[in-house]
Design a binder for this molecule. Structure first.
Ligand SMILES: [Zn+2]
Length: 228
């Protein structure tokens, strides 16, 4: 009896191992998210609550968001480890264009490497500072790349897979590029206290976001506003 049981469990483990090998080698890589959390401590939480209150006008007990859109970015840093280190600190260092608005460091919930590997830096609905006026309702996806290193096909596919996964969990209505965020200024979604606090953005590149939205057209997302 014992012997049979042992044999059964060995076979099960062996077969599971073979199945795993097959899935790892198949051309359609399995969708997965690697957890790689950045520091979330009392300082980051308090600065996030302050940002929600002072910039978005939302008095909350927890620094959480209600996702209605995804904002896609590029990091302008061509190295994932350096990007992680930049986002890891709860406080912002040096960027005077941003520190006057808040000392909360920038970050995003997701970071995608050039080979399409997806890392989750913060839980989906934890507050992250990545897009003026819209952080409170947006999930941020950063992609390693920039003007000198345009985003890759693997990143395009990974963004698509990740957004399909998120759309099943949250009532997402828009997928936008950071370069398009100012188009939302005249909409009900826009919440930013200072009419002069804006930064000009070109990420993640116009063609990348258009291709991504085209690939996601079956999700019937809302078209973005065309002017403001
Ligand atoms: Zn950006």
């Amino acid at each position: 009896m014992n012997l049979n049981l042992k044999k059964y469990s060995f076979n099960t483990i062996f077969l599971s191992f073979i199945a795993l090998l097959f899935s790892a080698c198949s051309p359609q890589a399995t969708f997965r998210i690697i957890e790689k959390p950045i520091t979330w401590n009392e300082t980051r939480e308090q600065l996030s609550l302050q940002y929600l209150r002072e910039r978005h006008g939302l008095d909350k007990e927890q620094a959480t968001t209600s996702p209605q859109m995804v904002v896609v970015h590029w990091t302008a840093i061509d190295n994932i480890e350096v990007t992680f280190d930049v986002f890891d600190s709860p406080t912002l260092g040096g960027r005077e264009d941003l520190t006057s608005a808040s000392n909360l460091n920038v970050s995003s919930q997701f970071l995608i490497d050039r080979d399409g590997t997806i890392f989750r830096l913060l839980p989906d609905t934890t507050f992250a500072r990545h897009t003026i006026g819209l952080n409170y309702c947006a999930i941020g996806i950063e992609n390693v790349g920039g003007p000198e290193a345009p985003l890759t096909k693997a990143q395009l596919k990974a963004n698509e897979n990740l957004i399909r996964y998120l759309r099943k969990k949250y009532p997402l209505e828009y997928v936008i590029g950071h370069n398009e965020y100012q188009l939302f200024q005249e909409t009900e979604l826009w919440k930013e206290a200072d009419p002069d606090y804006r930064t000009v953005k070109t990420d993640p590149g116009d063609s990348f976001i258009k291709k991504l939205r085209k690939n996601l057209s079956d999700l019937n997302l809302k078209p973005i506003p065309t002017s403001y």
